[in-house]
Design a protein around this ligand. Structure first.
Ligand SMILES: [Zn+2]
Length: 389
């Protein structure tokens, strides 16, 4: 490749990273997991003044911790992102970096190896002159973000003191300080089976579920639309799956739906489920309906709202301004590891190259220009970050 000359070093790291398949094993056969990416990062830092530690999460799947200790542990800046990707799907040439104009195409290029490459480069640069830094810098390259966030949880169990954190996910170089969380749960209705030639002997769980769906559409949705967070918009609810009945000539005994309720900052996921249950019961009572219902929690994830006066936000804005990048504070509708860190009391922003629209897509790509700018942003932030003295 001739355009290789004069290329930003973070792009060469990104090329190496996307050339290693690291599909999360949750996505089934042929998924390699994060092991080789961890080996690659470890090799880059071997024999340097940067400490590399492996943190076992699953067999053969370790978080990699990169620590540049400069004598300022009270002011540690954490970079956190993930090494796994979603499945290759129908993407062609998914593990070969292909350039077209300003775009680099490959699985993981955007989510989140563009961020990871920039963070690796930033620490390599900082390690050349650690005496200039006013904080310790730690990179946690985590496993399993694309499934159950186990990697981040294991990292947090260590309780490393951290003064501010940047989570690398595609934000198109916007400083994200707020995002939604979610409460996923199943609603089941229970009826009574009967032969369809004698439906009066049975009680259809599917017809019961119609009442629940009416409630979601006509009561819950308008109710949620009335709430609004200035950066994240309104909470939402989606019935993503429905299943009921066993065969055409039997009155269905069971029906179930799975709901994805997206919460806004200020809401708690467990409260969102409790609130749904309470309102649904009120609706059933007031309409005099017959519904036999049960609930099952599937997944809870918190929303992010980072105090806008925290040091990490102030430093991020200063660096963005110096690099002539956007400085306004943003909210997004998707979730990230940032809310888990913030919940532990670590002020956290999300920042990275690429757009969430390209993450997980059939044609994943990242803007080359944005990768270079993000790398500079991480580097300058690492250089300047410190707590007030
Ligand atoms: Zn991601």
């Amino acid at each position: 490749m001739t355009e290789q000359d004069g290329k930003h070093p973070a792009l060469k790291i990104l090329e190496d990273l996307v050339s290693i398949q690291s599909v999360n094993p949750h996505y089934g056969n042929g998924a390699c997991g994060e092991g080789e990416v961890a080996d690659y990062i470890e090799r880059r830092f071997q024999g340097t003044n940067v400490r590399v530690t492996r943190q076992p999460v699953f067999p053969g799947r370790d978080n990699l911790l990169i620590e540049l200790r400069t004598g300022h542990p009270e002011s540690t800046l954490l970079f956190e992102t993930h090494m796994d990707t979603v499945s290759i799907g129908s993407m062609a040439d998914a593990v070969t970096p292909i350039y077209r104009g300003d775009r680099l195409y490959a699985r993981g290029a955007c989510d989140a190896k563009g961020s990871l490459a920039g963070m690796i480069w930033a620490i390599e640069e900082c390690a050349k002159h650690p005496e200039r830094l006013m904080s310790d810098i730690v990179l946690c390259a985590a496993v399993d973000e694309e499934h159950e966030y186990r990697g981040l949880r294991v990292f947090m169990d260590r309780n490393m003191p951290v003064a501010g954190a940047v989570v690398g996910e595609p934000t198109e170089l916007g400083i994200v300080v707020a995002h939604k969380g979610c409460a996923r749960f199943a609603v089941e209705t229970l009826g009574k089976a009967a032969h369809s030639s004698m439906p009066e002997e049975g009680d259809s769980a599917v017809y019961q579920m119609v009442h629940v769906l009416q409630f979601i559409k006509h009561v819950m949705e308008p109710e949620l639309a009335k709430q609004r967070h200035p950066l994240c918009g309104s909470p939402t609810i989606v019935a993503g799956t429905i299943a009921g009945g066993t065969q055409v000539n039997i009155v269905p005994e069971h029906c179930s739906i799975e709901l994805d309720r997206r919460i806004i900052p200020g809401e708690l996921p467990e409260d969102a489920i409790a609130d749904f249950e309470r309102r649904l019961q009120e609706y059933i009572d007031s309409e005099g309906l017959h519904v036999n219902i049960s609930f099952r929690e599937l997944l809870l994830d918190w929303a992010l709202e980072t105090p806008q006066d925290s040091e990490i936000v102030a430093h991020a804005q200063k660096v963005a301004q110096a690099l002539e990048l956007r400085t306004d504070l943003l909210g997004v509708t998707y979730g990230s590891d940032a809310s888990k860190l913030q919940r532990k009391g670590i002020p956290t922003i999300v920042y990275g190259p690429g757009s969430i629209a390209q993450a997980h897509s059939k044609e994943e790509w990242v803007s080359v220009h944005e990768v270079e700018r993000a790398a500079q942003f991480y580097y300058q932030l690492a250089l300047s970050f410190h707590l007030p003295r």
